[in-house]
Design a protein around this ligand. Structure first.
Ligand code: FES
Ligand SMILES: [Fe+2]
Length: 375
């Protein structure tokens, strides 16, 4: 990945020509290698030294499933790649997408660790916005499970005899995975997986761009919403995620995009009044401050790192159990999500199908009647 403006006189390399090796500026034909070395300055005298004296700023980049990742820090501190287990889930078709938000990156990132906004924005205030997730209107019982590289959080809700335990990943500093979207919540399931993986990347203080994948799959997107070819630049194929709707429609039925961009170009934290339901936001801000201090002091921080053979393990997705209500049902829901989280984490030595099988086996052993599917 090269700096946009040419080292010669700053014409944009977006209009440059891709060469067999590197790229050639459209303006005066300077030819750059992929690492920024100048290979040719064709209009300059034969004996010109200029190409040895400067280079085009460049960063190593890697393409993966339609997204390009670049590392822009000091080369000696290059971290391992954030290769997640969710990149290779059986039956998942990952479709890349990217959406701009005219606000600070933290606002959208915080939305992903705020399970209570779903109750109101996607339910009680505006009516249900996501098919299959109508139960969001119930106030959940939440638990935040602290992990080295971030926070896994769960929210539990009851619908009759069924308890939905929905897990999300927040990974430092800007990566999040949702639970399954658009599925049928009408019967037990164990260790459902994510259907959305996304990074919110700052462009500057007041602009950000999300890059991620929709996971089209039959297990967790049963009610398949959005078309594969409607997911891409400025579109993710479900409600309320982008700009461009008429203003009166935004007002009548605002979505996530209206919520996080309307906090302003940079939300002013000292003017907020956080309540008990903002525990996730407060936790992630504290974690972020801790990591910022560590980076400033040249200390290591935990981050999601992995390889295709040893991917970074994630947990986002749904487990639904058939468990009758108790007298103190909120305490029961809390206990259930903590027990299931422990079972998830206890399989961390495994990955892939072996891990999923172990988790399914242990949950079935712990809740033998909870996982029975009745017709
Ligand atoms: S500005 Fe690029 S070659 Fe002159
Ligand atoms: Fe939302």
């Amino acid at each position: 990945m090269l700096h946009k403006h040419c080292a010669h006189r700053r014409a944009s390399l977006e209009f440059a020509r891709i060469e067999q090796r590197g790229i050639r500026c459209c303006y005066h034909g300077w030819h750059f290698d992929v690492d920024g070395t100048i290979l040719e300055t064709p209009g300059e005298p034969e004996d010109s030294k200029i190409r040895h004296e400067i280079c085009q700023p460049a960063y190593p980049a890697r393409e993966l499933k339609g997204l390009v990742f670049a590392y822009m820090g000091p080369p000696e501190a290059t971290p391992a790649f954030p290769y997640l287990d969710s990149l290779e889930l059986p039956g998942h078709d990952l479709v890349p997408y990217s959406i701009h938000s005219p606000c600070n990156w933290l606002q959208e990132t915080e939305n992903a660790i705020d399970p209570f906004h779903s109750v109101f924005l996607h339910g009680r205030v505006n009516g249900p916005q996501f098919p299959g997730l109508e139960h969001f209107v119930e106030l959940p019982v939440c638990a935040y499970h602290r992990r080295d590289a971030g926070i896994v959080y769960s929210h539990a809700r009851r619908t009759g005899d069924l308890v939905t335990l929905r897990f999300h990943d927040y990974l430092m500093p800007n990566l999040a995975q949702n639970g399954g979207m658009f599925q049928k919540m009408s019967q037990p399931r164990v260790f459902g997986r994510t259907s959305l993986t996304k990074w919110v990347v700052p462009i500057d203080d007041t602009n950000s761009r999300k890059f991620g994948w929709r996971h089209f799959n039959d297990a967790d997107e049963v009610l398949r919403q959005g078309k594969r070819d409607a997911v891409g630049w400025e579109s993710v194929g479900f409600y309320g995620q982008t700009t461009g709707r008429p203003y009166d429609e935004q007002q009548r039925n605002p979505g996530d995009w209206e919520a996080w961009t309307s906090q302003g170009p940079i939300n002013v934290h000292k003017r907020e009044h956080l309540g008990a339901t903002d525990e996730g936001v407060a936790l992630m801000r504290a974690r972020l401050r801790r990591d910022i201090r560590a980076v400033a002091a040249n200390k290591p921080i935990a981050r999601p790192e992995g390889t295709p053979d040893a991917p970074f393990l994630t947990y986002a997705g749904d487990t639904i159990l058939r468990i009758p209500p108790s007298n103190d049902d909120r305490a029961l829901l809390d206990q259930l999500q903590r027990t299931v989280a422990e079972i998830y984490f206890s399989a961390d030595a495994l990955n892939g199908e072996a891990r999923s099988e172990r988790i399914r086996r242990d949950i079935a052993a712990r809740f033998p009647t909870g996982v029975e599917v009745t017709s």
